[in-house]
Design a protein around this ligand. Structure first.
Ligand code: NAD
Length: 276
């Protein structure tokens, strides 16, 4: 028996990167999966790859009507909804405050918060009645930037901190029927884009040397890929294994927050008068 046998999951932004790996893993664990995806080609590729195990809906996660359409299509296809995964997001490519032109701040804020925070809220509202019906769960993709500085600029970091707040508030409001949790991954190569207001809509995260970056930032000192994060979602979605978790955020970012600043042997010798 697999961990998600007979479960129905809806993933926003399931067309590439982490979302696509989640679709694959959920299906491997026995689930049927709805996808809400903005990019038509990515949505079509998901449908072509997994056939009737997926229900792929083209739409915008920042629109309530599109979230509602995705919930309805998923329930029409598979009969119910057990878990909503809010996942579609935008990054700010670490743009620091000083490099944000004053006139860019409002539109860039609206784009990033509009998807990363409002998109999750709209998805949760659209799925709420179905999730109550199944006593299901919500999982939001957070980020290391939901806990630590330096994983983005102020716009992205603030948006992901806001997602941690959403997890706690919704967990508080929706218990006992619906569990609400988050997963906070760290870096991984993906097609993650930036806001139009910063002219980053065509720049993909994996145009950067992401493997090297992650290897240097994580004390685990290894590259991490989207599929490496999917087990945390499976655990939280699983009725058999995740039933006691609500209001939690699984921090699985490769340990960036505990990387700290290591003392070199030279500094240690100077400070303590002895070697490491
Ligand atoms: N890549 C990383 O290093 C990293 C690290 C930590 C957290 N995250 C988070 O992981 C999540 C997934 O990002 P990813 O890295 O897999 O990027 P990605 O761009 O590969 O995947 C996001 C998907 O969402 C889709 N999308 C974008 N806007 C949408 C909208 N308005 N409506 C519906 N779909 C939309 C995209 O087309 C894409 O398929 C995001 O929330 C991101 O903040 C990513």
């Amino acid at each position: 028996m697999d961990w998600l046998d007979n479960q129905v999951v809806l993933v926003t932004g399931g067309g590439s990167g982490l979302g696509r790996s989640l679709v694959e893993r959920f299906i491997d664990e026995g689930a049927q999966v709805g996808v809400l995806e903005l990019n038509e080609e990515k949505a079509a590729a998901i449908a072509a790859r997994w056939g009737d195990r997926v229900c792929s809906v083209v739409g915008d996660a920042t629109s309530y009507a599109d979230n509602e359409r995705a919930v309805q299509a998923t329930v029409a296809a598979f009969g119910k909804l057990d878990t909503l995964v809010g996942n579609a997001g935008l990054w700010d490519f670490g743009t620091p405050l000083e490099q944000l032109k004053p006139e860019q701040i409002s539109p860039a804020f609206d784009e990033i918060f509009g998807l990363n925070v409002k998109g999750y809220l709209l998805g949760a509202r659209a799925a709420l009645a179905e999730l109550r019906e199944t006593r299901g769960s919500i999982i939001f993709t957070v980020s290391n930037a939901g806990f630590w500085p330096g994983g983005g600029g102020p716009l992205y970091t603030a948006s992901k901190h806001a997602v941690v707040g959403l997890v706690k508030q919704l967990a508080y409001e929706l218990c006992p029927e619906v569990r609400v949790n988050g997963v906070a991954p760290g870096g991984m190569p993906s097609d993650l884009r930036g806001p139009r207001a910063l002219d980053l809509q065509e720049t993909a995260f994996d145009s950067l040397p992401v493997d090297e970056l992650v290897q240097r930032l994580s004390p685990l000192e290894a590259p991490i890929h989207a599929e490496d994060y999917t087990g945390h979602y499976v655990l939280l979605a699983s009725r058999a294994n995740g039933s006691t978790a609500t209001g939690s955020v699984h921090n699985c970012d490769g340990g960036v927050g505990v990387a700290g600043r290591k003392l070199t042997e030279k500094v240690r010798a100077e400070l303590f008068g002895r070697g490491a």
